[in-house]
Design a protein around this ligand. Sequence first.
Ligand code: ZN
Ligand code: ZN
Length: 383
Amino acid sequence: MSPVRMVRTVNVVNLCFFGTLLLVSLTALPWYAMRVGISRAEWGLFLAFVILTGCSITVGYHRLFAHRSFQAHPLVTLLNLFFGAAAFEQSALWWSSLHRDHHRYVDTERDPYNIKQGFWHAHWGWLLFWRSAPDYSNVKDLQADALVMHQHRYYLLWAITAGVLVPLAIGAATDHLLGAFLLGVVGRLTFVHHSTWCINSVCHVFGRATYDIDATARDHWLVALITNGEGYHNFHHRFASDYRNGVRWYHWDPSKWLIAAMRWCGLARKLYRTPQHAILAAKAAAEHQRIERTLGGQRVTEGPRLLELVRERYATLKAALYEWERWEKEYRRLRETLSEASQTSLLTLKEQVAAKRLACREARRVWIALLTSHPLLARAAQV
Ligand SMILES: [Zn+2]
Ligand SMILES: [Zn+2]
C-alpha cells in the first residue's frame, strides 16, 4: 500500500497560476469582449482547443492512460499526450498515478481529491493548498512507454508548445494575437480546468447513485455535458475499466463515441465493455437497497406487503441474471477454445445465451412494473 502522498502546504506556483487564469478570465476577457468584440476566428480557436484538450484529458489521460480501457495506435497516444499537455493538468504519468489512487482509496485520506475534506478541497483546494509527493509505483505499466516518459520528463516543454505557442501562432497568423491569448489560452484553460475539477467536486456530491448507492460518486448530466461524457461518475466508479462512462446509447458521452470511431478506423482496439448482465445486476441491487432502506425505516401500513413483493421479484430477477451470466461465461469459454469444440455446440450455446438474455429482459420488465406500480416504491427506488 502506498503511503499518504498529499502534504499540506501552500502550493505557491499553482495558487499564482490557477488564480491568475481565473482572474484574467473574469476581468480582461469580458473587457476584451465588450471593447473589441470576439471574432469568429477567436471563437473557433477557443472551441477547437476546448475540444482537443478536453478530449485528450477524457479519452487520453483518463480512459486510455489511467484506466487502460482500450489500446491505442501510437499516433493516438502521441496526439493525446500533445493536447493533454496543452490542458496544463500535469503529465499523463502524474495525472494517472493520482487518479488511480482516487479510485483505489476513494473517500479516504489516501484519496488525493477526497470529497470528505470538502467540496472546494475536491474541486481545486487539493492543488492549491496541498502538494503531492511523487510515488509512481502504481503506474509501472505507463513508465514502460517511452513517449509517456518523454512527456513526463519534458512536461513544461510539451505544455508550453502545445498549450501556448500553437494557439498564439494561430492567432498571429490570423491577426488575432491578443484574442488568441485571452480566449485560446487563458479562457480555454480556465474552462477546461474547472469543468474537469467538477467531476471531483460536483459529481461526488450532486446527482444520482444509479449503480452503487454507498458511493459518493454520482451521475450528473450537466457535468457530462461540459466534460465530454465524464459526468456519469457513479457508473464510472462502479465499472472503472469500461471505455464508456455514459452506458446507455443516448447518454451524452462524446468520449466513448470518439473511441468507438477510432476502433472503426483501426486506431483503437480491445475496447473493454462491462457485461450487460453485470450492469443490470448493479442497477437492480441499487434499486432494491434503496427500497429496503426507505421502506424499512418507514411506518407504512402496506410496507411489509410491498417489501415482501419486492424481495420476491428481486430474487427472480437476480436468478435470471445469474443464469445469463453463467451461460455467457460458458459460451465465451467455448469460443476461446474453439479448436476443441464443434461449431454446432457453440451455436447451441449462443442460442442458450440469447434465451437467458430474453428471460432477463422479461424479469427486468416485471421488476420495473412492480416498482412503478406504487408511488412509494417508485420514490424509494428512484425509477
Ligand atoms: Zn471520482
Ligand atoms: Zn476514473
